[in-house]
Write a new protein. Structure first.
Length: 282
């Protein structure tokens, strides 16, 4: 059973089809340990926003040993291609706390996702919060002790994401073309990210002032080096997953440029800065 914000963000038709979908994907992952298995689906199709040529993105999380390295597999869901990332829960935790894969996994869970074990969803969101919160705090307008609203905290996280991977602005720009969808996704992210920050100990109530303050948990001492290492790990692992293709980054760059103009991407960034500085949220 899904709960409030996720239920509003994810297509009910997609949710209803999850058991059949998992059964269809099972042959592609039959060799993976069954202990601790959890399926996670994210991207445009669960939102009900798939277009012609869209693929389905999924994680298969498991409790296997560290010797089972994270990797990418392909499958089909009817006529829809499916990309499955197979990794352990420990790998996902390492990407959150130590940014071991440069956010290659945890940042995919920043937007709405749905799983076959919703009781574990908060733990997944906490990994994303652990990745983004220290970087978001660095961008908090130089005022770490200032009380922030939930919308501002979310804007900080988005800005930290774009500080590492500017081309992700294309995804946000596409959402902004559909104000109703953007509002739905933003509300979901605001609720989910705030709960994850609280549960992981990265924010605390600001007392009588209202709002939230960052706790300074696991600060980033050398921001430039941390960002450089994140991006290096992200693109290196992505190339491994795409058969060591050196043109792998250009696939992402090309998608961004095809789906959002430079003006739209700059407007998306300005939208986030406006919220971070106290402006209205969608």
């Amino acid at each position: 059973m899904l709960t409030g914000p996720t239920e509003k963000a994810i297509s009910q038709d997609f949710v209803d089809g999850i058991p059949d979908l998992i059964a269809l994907l099972e042959p592609a992952v039959a060799d993976i340990a069954r202990e601790g298995r959890q399926w996670v689906f994210y991207g445009s199709l669960p939102l009900g926003q798939g277009r012609e040529g869209s693929d389905l993105d999924a994680f298969l999380l498991h409790d296997g040993s560290a010797s089972s390295a994270p990797h990418r597999r392909s499958a089909w869901w009817g006529g829809t291609p499916v990309t499955i990332y197979v990794l352990s829960h420990g790998d996902l935790a390492d990407d959150g706390l130590r940014r071991q894969f440069g956010g290659y996994f945890t940042l995919k869970l920043f937007g709405p996702f749905v799983t076959n074990q919703p009781e574990r969803d908060l733990s997944l969101s906490q990994h994303t919060a652990r990745f983004l919160a220290p970087l978001g705090e660095l961008l908090a307008l130089g005022q770490p002790d200032t009380p922030w609203s939930a919308d501002q905290l979310l804007a900080h996280a988005h800005l930290a994401f774009l500080d590492l991977y500017p081309d992700a602005a294309g995804y946000l720009a596409r959402l902004l073309r559909n104000p109703q969808l953007m509002a739905r996704v933003w509300r979901h992210q605001r609720h989910t990210y705030l709960e994850a920050l609280r549960a992981a100990g990265y924010i605390a109530p600001a007392g009588a002032h209202g709002g939230w303050v960052y706790t300074g948990l696991t600060p980033v001492d050398d921001a430039d080096r941390e960002r450089a290492r994140c991006t290096a790990r992200f693109w290196a692992f992505g190339a491994v997953c795409h058969e060591a293709d050196p043109s792998f980054p250009d696939v992402y760059f090309g998608k961004t440029d095809a789906h959002a103009t430079p003006h739209e991407q700059h407007s998306a960034l300005a939208f986030l800065h406006g919220i971070a500085e106290g402006g209205g949220a969608p």
